[in-house]
Write a new protein. Structure first.
Length: 146
C-alpha cells in the first residue's frame, strides 16, 4: 500500500508541477500579448494625435482662407484674437462659412483697421494706351540701319 500511495503522490506532484508550469507559460504568454497590445495602443494613440493636429491645422487654414476672401480681413490670422476654432465649426466638424463671416464682421466692427484693402484702380500709373505706339527699336533694327 505504501508503494501505491507513494506512486500516486508522485504522480499527483508531477501533475501539479506540469499544471503550474503550464500556468506560468500561459501567464508569460498573456503578459507578452498584453505588452504587444499596449505597444499597439500607444502607436495608435500617437497616430490619432498626429491626425488630430493635421485636421486642426487644415481647419484653421480654411477659416483663415474664408476670412481673407471678399474684402474681409487683410490677415486671416487676426481672427484668432477674437474667435475660437470650435465656435466656427458646424455640428459635423466642418468649417461653417457663415459663422466665420459673422465672426469676421464682428471683428471688423470692433477693429476696422483689420479690414482688407483691395486695390481699386488700374496699375498703369496713369498711362493710358489710347493711341497705338510704335514698337521700340531693337538691336536688330540698329544693325540693319533702320
Amino acid at each position: 500500500m505504501t508503494d501505491t500511495t507513494e506512486t500516486t503522490a508522485e504522480a499527483a506532484t508531477e501533475v501539479a508541477v506540469d499544471t503550474a508550469e503550464a500556468a506560468v507559460d500561459d501567464k508569460s504568454k498573456a503578459g507578452r500579448d498584453a505588452a504587444k497590445y499596449r505597444r499597439q495602443l500607444r502607436e495608435t494613440e500617437g497616430e490619432r494625435d498626429t491626425l488630430r493636429e493635421h485636421l486642426t491645422a487644415m481647419r484653421r487654414a480654411e477659416v483663415e482662407r474664408i476670412a481673407t476672401g471678399a474684402d474681409m480681413l487683410a490677415d486671416g490670422a487676426d481672427l484668432w484674437q477674437h474667435a475660437d476654432l470650435d465656435a466656427l465649426l458646424a455640428e459635423d466638424g466642418t468649417v461653417d462659412a457663415e459663422a466665420v463671416q459673422a465672426s469676421v464682421l464682428e471683428l471688423v466692427k470692433a477693429k476696422p483697421h483689420y479690414r482688407g484693402r483691395r486695390f481699386a484702380g488700374s496699375a498703369d500709373s496713369g498711362v493710358k494706351a489710347s493711341e497705338p505706339q510704335a514698337p521700340a527699336p531693337t538691336w536688330s533694327d540698329a544693325l540693319r540701319g533702320k
